[in-house]
Design a protein around this ligand. Structure first.
Ligand code: SAM
Length: 442
């Protein structure tokens, strides 16, 4: 939109830009096209824009996307946009982007997110949209330049902060270009910049438990000038070993550690990180067509020879009926990075299904609860030749997820899972398709 179009639209709406909503409208059309091309470099079937305002960025985004979802907090602007863009391709939601429930969007698969963000809300918007389970794979935002510098900072600089480390664990961040105040109406009192956040590949960094990592980084940066050993109070022997391995002095501070070193430190200090990962020496009971035990064999042989064996799936619900789905670790030998039942695993030799459910739930989610048997799946290719008993349980968390097994977990309403599994079945482990059928058949 040109400046005159923006003034005309504001007059028509009898609207003065609201400072508290961060309303600074972009009026440089070339820039709007270039931001849209950065946000959606190749055509996308679906994308989301936060804070579309009068649609300066929306129009060039729409040229590059099949469908767009716009989230606008100002009701007058949301209404005005409805008249401007075709409803078949543009859905406009009048909502606060910080509270918007993005879980129903999982069915679209990874999508780009764009926005000339209201500066007062940049931090909470990032936290809400760019967490470990986010469906976003690329985010391009206009933000305050100071904030962009913090996001993209490297170690040993004043801008390097807890925000930097938390963001860069999951995202490659680039400060793309400066945006002078003169490209906005009204002109903001500060410089802006365009930042590009690209989701890191699942195996770019070794696994760490998100909750522990966040807490550790937050504590580490809580008093920047203080040494980490006095802030984090690690076991002195573990600390000096770790520092030596990393080539860091034991007197180091938060800003001296690279993102990779922060991740390594979380792995070294997190008690849940020592959970044993799967190994080929594990023994499983082998069963016949009637699920009767006929012997015991190592995991590798059971899987290589497709021998029938046993497992449990546990579906954990919260009190509002949302189901906890786990995202399997990228390092799993079977179905890495797929979404799966809340907890699932093989039975140990001689173990009953019910005892297996108790053990797996404790090992994978760190909880104890009551179980109800939902049904049994016959061994088939979808379960990897496992007979599976499916149990239901209720728990409100918190859940402690061993990072070697589980990348993360997300609670979802059943209708969202249904829409997602129908649209993108391959996002899920085939064993979950069968557990889901059992749940839906009841
Ligand atoms: N995208 C438009 C542009 O570039 O001209 C407008 C950008 S303006 C900086 C920020 C927009 O975000 C405004 O339209 C404002 O009403 C909207 N907004 C403010 N807070 C919001 C929130 N919490 N959730 C969604 N939209 C919000």
């Amino acid at each position: 939109m040109r400046l005159t179009d923006i003034r005309t639209a504001l007059d028509e709406l009898q609207l003065r830009p609201t400072k508290s909503l961060g309303q600074n409208f972009l009026h440089d059309q070339n820039l709007a096209r270039s931001i849209a091309a950065t946000a959606v470099p190749e055509r996308a079937s679906f994308a989301v824009e936060i804070g579309p305002g009068l649609g300066s960025l929306t129009a060039p985004l729409l040229e590059r996307c099949g469908k767009l979802l716009l989230i606008e907090k100002d009701a007058r602007l949301a209404e005005w946009l409805r008249a401007k863009f075709p409803a078949e391709r543009v859905e406009i939601v009048h909502a606060d982007a910080i509270e918007f429930d993005w879980r129903p969007l999982m069915k679209h698969g990874p999508f780009p997110l764009a926005g000339n963000l209201p500066y007062y809300a940049t931090s909470p918007i990032l936290r809400h949209w760019l967490g470990p389970c986010s469906p976003v794979n690329r985010a391009v935002f206009a933000v305050q330049d100071e904030f962009a510098a913090r996001l993209a900072a490297g170690p040993d600089t004043a801008d390097y902060s807890a925000l930097t480390v938390r963001t860069q664990r999951l995202w490659r961040v680039r400060r793309e270009r400066a945006l002078p105040p003169s490209v906005f109406f009204p002109e903001p009192g500060v410089d802006s910049a365009l930042v590009v956040l690209e989701r890191r590949a699942a195996k770019e960094f070794p696994p760490a438990r998100s909750a522990f990592f966040h807490d550790l980084v937050q504590r580490g940066f809580s008093q920047r000038r203080k040494q980490l050993k006095s802030l984090l109070k690690p076991d002195p022997a573990v600390w000096s070993d770790w520092c030596e391995k990393q080539g860091l002095p034991p007197t180091c501070r938060a800003e001296n550690l690279s993102v990779a070193q922060w991740i390594d430190l979380a792995r070294a200090l997190d008690p849940a990180a020592i959970h044993p990962a799967q190994h080929d020496g594990e023994q499983f009971d082998v069963v016949d067509e009637n699920d009767k035990v006929i012997g015991t064999k190592p995991r590798s042989i059971v899987h290589d020879k497709n021998l029938l064996h046993r497992a449990v799936h546990i579906l954990v619900f919260n009190k509002t009926g949302e189901l906890l789905l786990q995202k399997r670790s990228a390092w799993k030998d079977r179905e890495p990075s797929k979404w799966d039942s809340s907890a699932a695993g093989h039975l140990e030799p001689g173990e009953s299904y019910a005892d297996g459910a108790v053990r797996e739930t404790e090992e994978e989610l760190g909880i104890r609860c009551e179980f109800k048997l939902l049904g049994k799946i016959r061994a088939c290719s979808n379960t990897g030749q496992e007979f599976v008993e499916v149990f239901a349980a209720q728990h409100e968390g918190p859940f402690i997820l061993p990072p070697s097994e589980i990348q993360d977990a997300l609670l979802l309403p059943l209708e969202d899972i249904n829409a997602w599994i129908n649209a993108r079945p391959r996002d899920f482990a085939p064993g979950f398709w069968e557990a889901w059928k059992i749940l839906r058949s009841r």
